[in-house]
Design a protein around this ligand. Structure first.
Ligand code: ZN
Length: 114
């Protein structure tokens, strides 16, 4: 679950052309800007994550899909760290996914519209 669904939907809505991303810590989503490029909205890096307070309590990673398709792509899973929820925000809905690595099966953990 997520305490600040409205924040995430707002960040995604404010960037309709470009992906925004962040992490989930203590059931609260944070927007993590890419500081190296000066880009406030796109592609956090490991260095960016080091600056986030409480990052050792991270339980998930989220990003928006400006193409409005609310499901993880194959690339999303390939880049995703194992053991964390993967949250996708698209079309005004947030969905959290997990993956069984032995079968490759993707399962929806929760959805903000349910
Ligand atoms: Zn994606």
């Amino acid at each position: 679950m997520l305490r600040n669904i409205g924040d995430v939907l707002g960040w995604a809505a404010a960037s309709p052309e470009r992906e925004v991303c962040g992490v989930v810590i203590d059931e609260t989503a944070l927007l993590v800007p890419n500081r190296a490029t000066g880009d406030a909205q796109f592609r956090m890096t490991v260095d960016d994550l080091r600056l986030v307070p409480g990052i050792e309590r991270m339980t998930g990673v989220w990003h928006s899909h400006p193409d409005r398709f609310p499901h993880p792509s194959q690339e999303d899973w390939e880049l995703h760290p194992d053991g964390f929820d993967l949250l996708i925000v698209a079309n005004g809905v947030i969905r959290a996914f997990t993956r069984d690595w032995s079968s490759g099966f993707t399962r929806t953990v929760w959805s903000s519209d349910e």
